[in-house]
Design a protein around this ligand. Structure first.
Ligand SMILES: [Ca+2]
Ligand SMILES: [Ca+2]
Length: 230
């Protein structure tokens, strides 16, 4: 028993040590036999990252915050191949998709997401947002962009109609059939115009901004990528 307790204590100490990253935030352990990864991401306005169904990093600024521009960095322990899944959201005040409703700057708002993943055992970047991702748009609003100029925009009433699809069952699983996820669109940095927090990260040259086809009206987007062992 004594030996077993000693081993257990040593294992716990090792695990705690592995959980401490540079920001002292605990790493999420998806697979204790895996290696440590660092995920850096920037979203206009919010993202959550999963390995399979395990949440590994979530934007610390709530999606209910109108102006939310910040980068996020987190670590997790997992094993290859990684099924990386993302929920991306552009801020919207309601289902019109608009923000600043009733103000002079009432507008559709726009989105955009960029991330990179580093294998901390080698220091190599093993995944970046690019055309290898597959994405599906869930929430689109307004369906008619003239909604932006309405003095009393009403969700679901023309021209402020919207579509709001449910998350497909099992979409975070590795064997989910995402062959019809064809909404992935690469957007230029000029179009996304990244704001606060973006410059805090040293981005790999290959990392690109992804979203659905329309930065303005696509408000909730799911994206997936499988990261194989290098
Ligand atoms: Ca936005
Ligand atoms: Ca929008």
């Amino acid at each position: 028993m004594t030996t077993r307790h000693a081993l257990s204590a040593a294992a716990t100490a090792l695990l705690l040590f592995a959980c401490v990253d540079s920001s002292d935030a605990p790493a999420t352990v998806v697979d204790p036999d895996g290696t440590t990864f660092k995920l850096e991401g920037w979203a206009d306005n919010w993202f959550a990252a999963y390995v399979g169904e395990d949440l590994v990093l979530e934007d610390s600024v709530s999606i209910t915050t109108e102006r939310s521009f910040n980068s996020e960095t987190g670590t997790f322990v997992a094993d290859y191949p990684l099924q990386l899944n993302f929920v991306l959201k552009d801020y919207k005040e309601d289902d019109t998709g608009l923000e600043y409703i009733g103000a002079n700057n009432q507008q559709m708002g726009d989105g955009g997401f960029i991330m990179q993943l580093t294998d901390m055992s080698t220091g190599d970047i093993v995944a970046v947002t690019d055309s290898s991702f597959v994405c599906k748009v869930l929430h689109t609003a307004p369906l008619d962009k003239t909604c932006e100029g309405e003095s009393d925009p009403v969700p679901g009433s023309a021209p402020c109609d919207f579509t709001d699809l449910a998350e497909p069952a099992g979409w975070k699983l590795a064997d989910y059939d995402d062959s019809d996820w064809t909404d992935t669109t690469i957007h230029s940095a000029a179009d996304v115009d990244p704001k606060l927090g973006y410059d805090d990260i040293s981005w790999d040259a290959a990392a690109e901004f992804i979203w659905g086809p329309d930065l303005e009206t696509n408000n909730t987007v799911l994206c997936r990528v499988t990261v194989e062992a290098p």
